[in-house]
Design a protein. Structure first.
Length: 136
């Protein structure tokens, strides 16, 4: 289950509208809508805590490995890296939808994609990073 699906589920279990959740958590209503439709993820870890508090669930119930991957990408490579990580996750979800892979195989593919992402980012950083630009 994606973050957005979990968010919608817990929100409806609390009989809350998107507007009510937005007001109580301090997150914009359009942002809540984007989360629920899988268009974006929270950019700040505190948002998960705020949403979990309002929804009366443990923060771990909202998050999944994909969000941690996006946060790690943002920490290492900034906003552009986070956007690329989100795109990779969306593409992987599309790849898995309706497929015949077992859950274990899907997880293995996702981990391999993440590993390839980090390797490419590292290689690009070494090849095209600031240090190499200054030398060239």
């Amino acid at each position: 289950m994606t973050f957005g699906e979990k968010l919608r589920l817990y929100r409806t279990e609390q009989n809350m509208t998107q507007a009510e959740l937005a007001e109580k958590s301090g997150v914009g209503r359009n942002t809540i809508n984007n989360y629920e439709h899988g268009k974006t993820y929270p950019k700040n870890r505190q948002v998960y805590s705020d949403l979990a508090r309002v929804l009366k669930v443990d923060v771990c119930e909202l998050k999944n490995e994909g969000e941690d991957f996006v946060f790690e990408a943002k920490a290492k490579y900034g906003t552009r890296g986070a956007a690329q990580a989100e795109s990779l996750i969306r593409d992987a979800h599309a790849l898995f939808a309706g497929g015949e892979l077992s859950d274990a195989d899907k997880e293995g593919v996702m981990l391999a994609l993440q590993e390839a992402y980090w390797l490419c980012k590292k290689e690009n950083s070494e090849k095209f990073g600031r240090k190499n630009k200054e030398q060239g």
